[in-house]
Design a protein around this ligand. Structure first.
Ligand SMILES: [Zn+2]
Length: 332
């Protein structure tokens, strides 16, 4: 991609350039994907301790990601969009009317990292299963179901100016990149000594890299935090082998997959939270100490610092539109 394109002030002129062709931005657009067949994942909820069954189903083009609470009357639907985020600490929760689903981030990270754009996520409890605290069991299941293109173009949001959210200590900064990538640099940092330790990781989103570098990175907490949750009657079924619990000697009854597994997990969380937008991303993101609330605040505020590239930017004879037409004919 030509970095100079970001110097253009007017979004309209950028769109015009897109339509005239001659920019590599267009090559970043792709067809939407869904699953080939349904797949079920079972486990227990870290928060409630209840057994949970979640079924991922293929969904029609342009319908995005939607949770369905199959245990409630009339099976209410909860779109996986930032507008439906509910503020619950230490996780990403979604709410729509009286229906809610907690801890959606690790499942969403798997879906988004594999570039699955339309999917019905049918869950029979108000929480997604915790599994091993990472995205890996979801990734393996979704790959087993298979992924297939659909006759629709996935929109793309391109960061066109700098944006910073948070405060002096905890922040996320988004800047334009001329490289046509969605890159994340995360720094985990603590005040004073902490058994987890300060650490950093840099990642460029890509399905294969996600599988190699992030998918098995687990959620984490200190023993002090775990004791506090247990005292509140929460997370009683969770054992230190189910995720990473750090005491002064390191992870209890467990071992790290990577030295900086926690910083990597924070990037996994960011990918899941960025999944609450119906588009791909191009931009360079630097985050320090941030968590779910700030991730979602960032994607919401980015609406005013980004350019949306979609099907309307493609010339009629573009290869991608021809592919879409061919798929439409195949389905008809
Ligand atoms: Zn997480």
């Amino acid at each position: 991609m030509d970095a100079a394109i970001y110097r253009m002030e007017s979004y309209a002129s950028l769109r015009e350039t897109m339509q005239q062709g001659g920019t590599r931005l267009r090559s970043l657009l792709r067809l939407q994907n869904t699953l080939i067949r349904p797949i079920v994942v079972e486990g227990f909820g870290f928060w409630t301790g209840e057994d949970i069954r979640v079924e991922f189903r293929p969904a029609p083009v342009d319908t995005g990601l939607v949770f369905v609470r199959t245990d409630l009357p009339d099976e209410p639907r909860i779109p996986a969009l930032a507008a439906h985020r509910d503020s619950k600490p230490r996780q990403t929760s979604l709410v729509c009317g009286s229906a809610r689903v907690d801890m959606v981030e690790h499942g969403l990270a798997a879906i988004r990292a594999l570039q699955i754009d339309t999917c019905e996520i049918r869950v029979d409890r108000p929480e997604m299963p915790g599994l091993d605290g990472s995205s890996m069991p979801f990734v393996l299941a979704l790959e087993e179901a298979g992924i297939t293109p659909q006759p629709g173009i996935r929109p793309l949001r391109i960061v066109t100016r700098e944006l910073r959210v948070g405060d002096e200590k905890t922040w996320i900064e988004a800047v334009p990149t001329g490289e046509g990538v969605h890159a994340i640099d995360y720094t985990l940092e603590f005040d004073g000594p902490n058994p987890i330790g300060n650490q950093n990781y840099r990642f460029v989103t890509n399905p294969d890299r996600f599988k190699r570098e992030l998918m098995n990175c687990r959620t984490f907490l200190t023993k002090g935090e775990a004791d506090h949750l247990l005292a509140q009657g929460l997370c009683r079924r969770v054992r230190p082998t189910d995720l990473l619990v750090f005491d002064k000697n390191g992870p209890m009854d467990n071992h790290l997959h990577f030295e900086n597994e926690c910083a990597r997990h924070k990037i996994l969380d960011m990918i899941g939270d960025f999944g609450l937008t119906p588009c791909d991303w191009v931009g360079r993101f630097t985050a320090r100490r941030s968590g779910h609330a700030l991730n979602v605040e960032c994607v919401v505020k980015l609406e005013n610092a980004t350019l949306l590239i979609d099907e309307s930017c493609l010339p009629a004879n573009s290869e991608l539109l021809l592919k879409k037409e061919r798929l439409l004919k195949k389905i008809a």
